[in-house]
Ligand binder design. Sequence first.
Ligand code: ADP
Ligand code: ASP
Ligand code: MG
Length: 440
Amino acid sequence: MKVLKFGGTSVGSVENMANVKSIIDNGEKKIVVLSAMSGTTNSLVAIAKAIENKDKTDALHAVNVLLDTYIPVLKTLLTDAALHTEATNYVNSRFDVLKAATSSTYTQVLENEILAQGELLSTFMFNCYLRQEGIASTLLPALDFMKTDAVKEPNFDAIAKDLSDILNTSEQADIYITQGFICLDVNGEVSNLQRGGSDYTATIIGAAIKAEEVQIWTDIDGMHNNDPRHVEGTKPISNLSFDEAAELAYFGAKILHPQTVLPVKKDGIPVRLKNTMDPEALGTSITHHHTETGIKAIAAKDTITAIKIKSGRMLQAHGFLKKVFEIFETYETSIDMITTSEVAVSLTIDDDSRLQEIVSDLETFASIEVDKNQSIVCLVGHAIVNDAGTHKLFQILRDVKIRMISYGGSNNNISLLVDTSNKIKTLQKLNSYLFDFATV
Ligand code: ADP
Ligand code: ASP
Ligand code: MG
């Protein structure tokens, strides 16, 4: 069985939903994972924020504005009167939940329940549409099997068991539809796999059912060699290894949720990135194979904080780094980049929610400088640290102020830390040095 995930744009209009229908209607047995319609989760985040800020009127207004976008979609998508009524009743019931939430006190659980409505809406509507088109499909509620554990990681054993029980007992169909993104946490409360998490849902399911393949269908023809939102002339990459794809996803390539490839890597289940709007395009195939060496792609991750820890006697002092790392461990904050010198160590963190405590603990034995608004620009490719073309990367030092460089940590990754105001320039310069063969 295959798992096919369709993102927000792919289910974001009636026309695109029709594309999805023709892609999945090929007689093969599959699980289809859907995101919320594009824009919906952003609106739900804004609604939750308004409730948190006690702006009840704003929150209710935003709920009504969102509801207004669903009415015409229902009308065009569902021409069958009975199915139109069934779906409209369901959509109204979900919006009743949202309206009620605007009068409630904000909690994290309330926010998670609000955010979950988008995927519940899209899957219900799409399932009605398939029934209208005479395609047998069964809706599998993700909250019946998608569970996370005490450290907010997927509980793979429980998911595999519950999903297999559900597949064995539910009405047999060629197409099963389920919600991406949403899950139950260890307390049984509605939660989610973080923004963009539907990709992760797809590979978690892929690993649970030992799928033949996981396909991620989106609005672009695969992983490009640079960020197409900031750089012109980027090109799709036809093959990536799991490790290369994991590095790119972790370091900001938005096409994949950071954790996407981890669940399927162990079993070598291939992941294919495809374009819903251009299904014939080759896309990107992610497997264990390394097809070529050299720099394949560049990605960037924002909202990074750099911390410089200076101590006159660093390297002479045994256990200095141990003391530093223990502080980060205490505050459950992971470190992305690290560089050292005789007198100082610089490192970066992504999650700065415990920054104050970390800094005050570090200040007991070192002087500390903190720089916010940094971006990690990450270059990825098999064995790039040994590649003959890699020296071209250092031409960037002529043009942009680089705060840190991490080279050699892994054979697949070279990372640069730049001020976020220099990120786009860095991506563009690197593109022309490395991929455009421009004279520099
Ligand atoms: P979906 O809603 O289908 O999950 P996303 O918006 O999450 O889609 O991801 C697709 C988008 O990721 C593309 O439209 C593109 O703008 C962006 N993107 C960023 N970096 C890359 C990259 N290296 N390759 C392809 N797309 C990228
Ligand atoms: N709808 C969720 C989001 O916008 C999950 C996803 O699209 O993958 O983040
Ligand atoms: Mg996405």
